[in-house]
Design a protein around this ligand. Structure first.
Ligand code: ZN
Length: 387
């Protein structure tokens, strides 16, 4: 039955591709093909996620929609990456920037490119080409750079355990997205930002119907230290491990400080590899998720999503998180919404890496006021306490 379903999905999507051909050709720029250099290739070797994790850490940049919003190519609110059609070259460059900064993974930007979200913005008809476009761009970057090519499924926002028709629709959403990613030949799958164990299981089952590659499943924890269906993060991850997930853990919503305690509980509760991809914001016990943060400088308004800048973690804080997580046996590491390439570089360097972007990592020895180089004039260094 699974094989039949796959054949059906393939046949359907082929027919759709044929119908589309010529009508809407979105060209993926080849400009960065020229930019790809040996130094930009291969933060690791091989396309087997589990083999890489057996050898050491895997760094995965996430949070593309937040970074694209900051760059002015995506609207905060719906957070649907229409940029895939409007500026595919920007998406490609973003992938390249993260690889340059140390990401071992190029994840297809299919986050929120599912039926429910496209319906909300009135673009459901673009579902198939938008998914194909995201997969095509990511695959192209992954293959050029020697990074892992990951497919991506995410929260649907309609899952309701008491609503049979909603569950059916969620199954359809996961089934079609998993099918398209499998067609594209992803090296592994990510199912992320999930709030319900029930929904996570549906995502994992859909992936397994279409593919045999490894799957990473990550939950996003809101203020409560429980999933929407009442499981602790450790219990939730145990359930996903038992259902066949290869890597389990948390992504998004929580910053390093409020994710770390939960990640340690998960590490102690499961046997498989654990993933931790916090948002780069200074969340605190009273406001443990980035949606909960309020800004005292702005009338204690909710800072999410476009007022979060004052809460941004420094590179040092992200590096500290990476070191502590790895020392505690967490090997699949990344940064989610809010992450810029500088965070990914800091994370990679905290794990002993030297990605191409490390060529430009800070060196204050030649700074005009704080430098120690003999070329720096005394008239400046004498002034440093007034600078
Ligand atoms: Zn995120």
């Amino acid at each position: 039955m699974a094989a039949k379903a796959k054949a059906r999905t393939k046949a359907k999507s082929k027919a759709r591709s044929k119908a589309r051909s010529g009508a809407k050709t979105v060209r993926v720029t080849t400009s960065s093909q020229r930019k790809a250099t040996p130094s930009a290739r291969g933060n690791g070797e091989g396309r087997d996620l589990l083999a890489r994790l057996a050898r050491g850490a895997v760094v995965c940049a996430e949070g593309y929609v937040f970074e694209l919003e900051r760059r002015g190519y995506l609207q905060a609110g719906s957070f649907v990456p229409e940029v895939l059609f409007e500026h595919p070259e920007v998406v490609e460059q973003l992938h390249m920037d993260f690889v340059h900064a140390g990401s071992d993974v190029t994840e297809a930007l299919t986050y929120y490119v599912h039926r429910e979200k496209l319906r909300v913005i009135g673009r459901e008809k673009d579902l198939v080409p938008m998914n194909r476009q995201a997969l095509k761009i990511a695959k192209s970057v992954a293959r050029r750079t020697g990074t892992l090519f990951a497919g991506d499924l995410c929260n649907t926002n309609i899952y309701d355990p008491a609503d049979k028709s909603a569950i059916k629709e969620v199954e359809r959403i996961f089934d079609e997205q998993a099918g398209w990613a499998a067609d594209a030949g992803v090296d592994y799958f990510v199912a992320e930002t999930l709030g319900w164990v029930g929904e996570a299981l549906l995502a994992l089952q859909a992936i397994k119907r279409h593919s045999k590659v490894p799957t990473v499943v990550t939950f996003a924890m809101h203020r409560e230290e429980a999933t929407r269906d009442g499981f602790t993060p450790a219990e939730a991850c145990q359930r996903l491990e038992a259902a066949g997930a290869d890597v389990v853990g948390l992504n998004c919503h929580r910053g390093p400080a409020t994710m770390m305690p939960l990640i340690k509980q998960i590490r102690a509760a499961v046997k498989c590899h654990v993933a931790a991809l916090p948002v780069p914001y200074r969340t605190i016990p009273q406001q443990p998720s980035f949606m909960a943060l309020t800004d005292a400088c702005c009338g204690n308004q909710r800072a999410f999503p476009v007022g979060l800048d004052p809460f941004m973690c420094t590179r040092g804080e992200i590096a500290d998180f990476g070191r502590e997580a790895f020392a505690n046996g967490i090997r699949y590491l990344g940064v989610c919404c809010g992450a810029g390439p500088h965070h990914i570089r800091a994370l990679a360097e905290s794990l002993g890496r030297h990605p191409p972007a490390s060529r430009y990592s800070v060196d204050m020895s030649r700074h005009a006021f704080f430098g120690t180089d003999k070329m720096i004039r005394k008239i400046q260094t004498d002034y440093r306490d007034k600078a």
